[in-house]
Design a binder for this molecule. Structure first.
Ligand code: ADP
Ligand code: MG
Length: 607
């Protein structure tokens, strides 16, 4: 295998030549501590940067003991090492000379959440960083010296600084990072048996720096969380002093059932709900939410007017819509489709779609809900007969969802006391401090006072929808497969634009990228007649569990530029730089599919 000296010579020879000559560097180069795999060379200095992998033998990396001893610790270690790599890029700070993306080095290390991702992976006896590098050019002419500085000079320094040059202190930080993540997953795995949907640790710091940032508000302006006595639970975690002091985590257990968060405006209700919303995945030490842990099958529900809905049975919430003037047909809400849902119909569809793919709990905030979907108070019922109101408000279904479907609800509701009568627990936030007001709320509910006399048909298990694989056309222009994504906001699948802004629990732009590829794989491999959306997602999750996120490899799907010279048939792209992916949940994959305006479905009964 040629070494770094040969790479330097190879670069020297191409000085001043056209950018395409960089393709001579494709292949593997042996450095003293690692192999550099150059998998893909960008087509010009302005294109997305070149893709490379740095593969270090574990015998050289010598990771601290036990950091890879199970799957959770492996994901946490990969996250830690990716973050170290990103920090090292900053510290070493390679010179950026030239045009376009010349000299840029990036790694997809992620944000406050720790997700399974492809930036750093462990293989048979090695650890590998997948990075992107902008190969330097002046105009479109190769700058060989700058390229050698970057690849042969800066890169080994970065690897050294990030991974090899560790001391006792960095290893302690490493191990406690991994321990902290494992503690969170330990508690998560035990929520169900303790009959909880979520746990919020005493001392947690929930508020964020700003509406546009997930970083914590400075300590001095934050009131740490403290559980009311009546909701306090304890977990004995495996690692002491990782996430919270000592090895017993104390905090508020949010029980299964119907739970209300009430309180005056600006007293911290939405902040608590948002922490629970994101507690479906672990957070990094220092985030403030290291001890906020939720059931991974909780789904945030909001009104999302304007979204498309395809073949969803929302009649449990909305029935007998008025006939449009001049139209013969009544809108059928048993199989409801629209290109432009209203606030209430979108919220109903969001709930049914979450049930369809197996949610165990709904999270709702009055701030992002349609008022008419949530409640109809007694006066309005007296004035407008329930027979003329198509909406069965959430208030009248929330108990049934729990009693019949085992789906809990955590609801922020400061404006209406109507929910007191149906709640199992009521938590008031006052000056950011929670307290138990369940008894008082019960007293105020005064049984029977509500005109619950409207007899509604029971909520039934939603019909299972079967997605039609032909609705997922990935072609764009001359390309067989073209998938692109923008942040957490949009995917363009072929020519279909999908608006993701209503999906609150999509955290990371690399999840968005992963979803685009995952849908393509699901459509081509798993969608078949009589295979429901939920079953298709089972298949997809099994595939990701079995083969890892690398199966989403865009090289094989939508190679961003020139095909690799070694690309052949099915082996195309295999085992090479898989881009930047983070694992999405089934709920967000489903939510994306559900928002595709090209979606076509058929439906069948569960039985
Ligand atoms: P609500 O939903 O009750 O109206 P929010 O949750 O939106 O209130 O909180 C209002 C403001 O208070 C936000 O700016 C939030 O960052 C801040 N905040 C929330 N909890 C805390 C806390 N524990 N300490 C300090 N500030 C907080
Ligand atoms: Mg609020």
């Amino acid at each position: 295998m040629p070494g770094s000296i040969e790479l330097a010579t190879c670069l020297e020879r191409m000085d001043g030549r056209g950018y395409k000559a960089y393709r001579d560097t494709l292949g593997v180069w042996a450095f003293s501590d690692f192999d550099l795999h150059i998998d893909h060379v960008q087509s010009d200095p302005f294109a997305s940067p070149s893709k490379m992998r740095v593969r270090v033998p574990l015998a050289i990396a010598l990771l601290p003991d036990g950091t890879l001893s199970n799957r959770i610790r492996e994901i946490a270690s990969a996250s830690f090492l990716a973050r170290r790599f990103r920090d090292a890029i900053r510290v070493v700070g390679p010179r950026r000379v030239g045009t376009g993306k010349s000299g840029l080095i990036t790694i997809d290390a992620g944000g406050q959440e720790v997700l399974e991702r492809t930036a750093v992976v462990f293989g048979d006896g090695f650890v590998e960083a997948r990075i992107e590098i902008g190969l330097p050019a002046a105009g479109r002419r190769i700058l060989a010296d700058a390229a050698a500085d970057l690849l042969v000079g800066a890169l080994p320094q970065i690897v050294n600084h990030a991974w090899l040059d560790r001391n006792e202190e960095t290893d302690t930080t490493f191990v406690s990072f991994v321990d902290c993540i494992e503690n969170q997953e330990f508690v998560r795995a035990r929520l169900a048996s303790r009959n909880l949907v979520a746990f919020v640790g005493d001392g947690a710091r929930l508020p964020r720096e700003s509406g546009a940032s997930e970083r914590p508000l400075p300590r001095r302006s934050t009131l740490p969380f403290e559980s009311p006595e009546t909701f306090r639970v304890e977990f004995e975690v495996p690692h002491a002093d990782a996430g919270a002091p000592g090895s017993v985590w104390r905090g508020m257990g949010i029980p299964r059932g119907v739970v209300l968060l009430v309180g005056g405006g600006y007293h911290g209700k939405s902040t608590l709900l948002r922490a629970v919303e994101r507690g479906i995945v672990p957070h990094v030490p220092g985030d403030g939410r290291e001890t906020v842990v939720s059931d991974p099958a909780l789904v945030k529900i909001r009104a999302e007017d304007g979204r498309a809905v395809t073949g969803v049975d929302i009649h449990g919430f909305i029935d007998h819509l008025p006939r449009a003037p001049g139209s013969e047909k009544q809108l059928d809400t048993h199989v409801f489709s629209t290109t432009d849902a209203s606030g209430s119909t979108s919220q109903a569809a969001n709930i049914i779609e979450a049930l369809e793919v197996g949610t165990r709990g709904l999270l709702l905030d009055e701030d992002s809900s349609a008022t008419n979907f949530m409640v109809r108070d007694a006066r309005m019922q007296a004035l407008v007969s329930p027979r003329d109101e198509p909406i069965t408000p959430f208030l009248e279904r929330v108990r049934e969802l729990y009693d019949e479907f085992d789906v809990s609800t955590l609801l922020v509701m400061g404006a209406s006391g109507e929910f007191f009568a149906v709640a199992d627990a009521v938590i008031e936030l006052k000056d950011y401090q929670p307290r138990d007001v369940t008894e008082r709320a019960r007293g105020l509910a005064e049984e029977g006072e509500r005109s619950a006399g409207t007899t509604r048909p029971r909520l039934v298990t939603p019909l299972l929808r079967v997605p039609d694989p032909d609705s997922f056309d990935a072609r764009r222009g001359r390309r067989e497969v073209k998938l692109s994504s923008r942040g957490c906001e949009e995917i363009v699948f072929g020519t279909t634009e999908i608006d993701l802004r209503g999906i609150d629990q999509l955290f990371d732009s690399s999840q968005t990228r992963a979803i685009a590829s995952a849908i393509r794989i699901a459509a081509t491999r798993f969608m078949r007649p009589n295979r429901s959306l939920s079953q298709v997602l089972d298949d997809l999750e099994a595939l990701l569990d079995r083969e890892g996120l690398d199966v989403l490899d865009p090289f094989g799907l939508s190679a961003q530029a020139v095909p690799h010279p070694e690309d052949q048939g099915d082996e195309r792209g295999k085992g090479r730089h898989p881009g930047a992916f983070a694992r999405p949940r089934r709920f967000e994959v489903a939510a994306t599919i559900n928002r595709m305006r090209s979606l076509r479905v058929s439906s069948f009964d569960r039985e």
